[in-house]
Design a protein around this ligand. Sequence first.
Ligand code: SF4
Length: 261
Amino acid sequence: MPVASDTDGLDAAVARSGDAAEGDLPINELFCSLQGEGRLAGVPSVFVRTSGCNLRCWFCDSYHTSWEPTGDWYGVEDIVAAVEGYDADHVVLTGGEPLVHERSVALLDELGERGYHTTVETNGTIYRDAHVDLASVSPKLASSTPTAERDPKGDGEWADRHEARRLDVDVLAEFVESYETQLKFVVTGPDDMAEIEALVEDVRGAADAPLPDAQVLLMPEGQTREQLDESRRVVADLALEYGYRYTPRLHVDLWNDAPGT
Ligand code: SF4
């Protein structure tokens, strides 16, 4: 069922839904696959994908958690039971933006208590104190903004809200200080690099903890093999030039754009 069109209203959506108990999380999908991105690429992991996001990147690869958020509501115990049904000791809480939901904290803490390694994939605009073994933070660059020309719905309605919300240096610094963190940038081309360099320097200036280049990841934009064929070499060359780490999109290389991978 639709969960909400804008996560500002998610709490109200929970209260209104006859199927949802207070404290449930809207889940878009839950499945086991290989982690495709970042330092844990290749590790079998259970993915818990929450629905709802406070941003609207034009290239969003989980459209049904952001532009048209859908899912069903589950309690933390039910989600943990579903995770335990798989033979994996890594769990990735992803979205959408999982940290728009306060209840994500209870889920992460419960998974941590049961010995799971937890990764949170977040856009880095909302900080929450929880059991997080790896914060995979993907700050959104200016090139993510859904201008009228790029908006998948064609009207540019979200452009201003997205632009106002997409970066918060103090929140990014809090992640770096509090968790093992990788900063993962979706790169559309060389024009993104000046913004990435400036942002990395800003975060280093604000954070009371180091952020080495090896924790800064460049990932090619592209949701299909064909799109990645055009972008991966460009981004790999940029990683070499700037001294950052390249990350593949292993799941796209392996399974193209098949759902549930
Ligand atoms: S922040 Fe992530 S989930 Fe939200 S719109 Fe952007 S890519 Fe999609």
